[in-house]
Design a protein around this ligand. Structure first.
Ligand code: ADP
Ligand code: MG
Length: 226
């Protein structure tokens, strides 16, 4: 089994006025290719901070992040952006779609950084895959919450990344719609992608093969299902 993600003593501290907040206080995690991992824990326990570092959206203050064997902890913003664009898809709680672009244009965006000649075809395929083949011309405000999140998932997978990260992807959805999005993640996992998702929902976490619970910026428990 290849370690696709490995962190060693990841630390991140925020300064809030005079107070230091240890958002990550030394996180060690190893994730192998193809795992489906749920991250849970109380609000403020460091889940989003960790996800942003794993997603190369942010850097740790100290410690190492080894992504597919390469230490990316000290890369600069541009280098991180390149890695993110090729290897990682990120799904946010609030969708993060650009409002004036159609679903198709939103999904095409990650491909514009590469020299993809068939960006439109690839974006259309990704939208079909998430069940939105008939909504490609719609703008985000013409779509339901669940459909918006499907567009965001399509955007996350359009570059065919090996890692898919999602930070409370169902947090803004009703439970039925949320369930459909979770089913989509399970389907993507069956296609051998590595998926890490933060969730508040105990049922969702229990359906993942591994659950990492965070507390006070640390891994409190890390359990695999047999
Ligand atoms: P979670 O996602 O588990 O709710 P976060 O990773 O968002 O937790 O936050 C962990 C801690 O770091 C919290 O105490 C939060 O208030 C603090 N924090 C997060 N981002 C910032 C920031 N940009 N500035 C100051 N404090 C922050
Ligand atoms: Mg969070």
């Amino acid at each position: 089994m290849t370690n696709i993600i490995e962190t060693r003593q990841l630390k991140k501290t925020y300064l809030l006025g005079e107070t230091e907040v240890h958002a990550l206080a030394g996180v060690d995690i190893i994730i192998t290719a193809g795992e489906l991992v749920a991250i849970t824990g109380p609000s403020g326990s460091g889940k989003s901070t960790l996800m942003h570092i794993l997603g190369c959206l942010d850097r740790p203050d100290s410690g190492n992040y080894i992504l597919s064997g390469e230490d990316v902890s000290s890369l600069d913003k541009d280098e991180l952006a390149k890695i993110r664009n090729i290897r990682i898809g990120f799904v946010f709680q609030n969708f993060n779609l650009l409002p004036r672009l159609s679903a198709l244009e939103n999904v095409e965006l990650p491909l514009l950084y590469s020299a993809a000649t068939d960006a439109k075809d690839k974006a259309a395929q990704a939208l079909q895959k998430v069940g939105l083949g008939d909504r490609m011309g719609h703008e985000p405000n013409q779509l339901s919450g669940g459909q918006r999140q499907r567009v965001a998932v399509a955007r996350a997978i359009v570059t065919d990344p090996t890692i898919l990260l999602a930070d409370e992807p169902t947090g803004n959805l009703d439970s039925r719609t949320g369930k459909e999005i979770i089913e989509l993640f399970h389907q993507l996992h069956e296609e051998r992608r590595t998926i890490i998702m933060v969730t508040h929902d105990g049922h969702v976490a229990n359906e993942c093969e591994r659950q990492i619970k965070m507390r006070d910026g640390l891994v409190a428990t890390d359990e695999r299902k047999e």
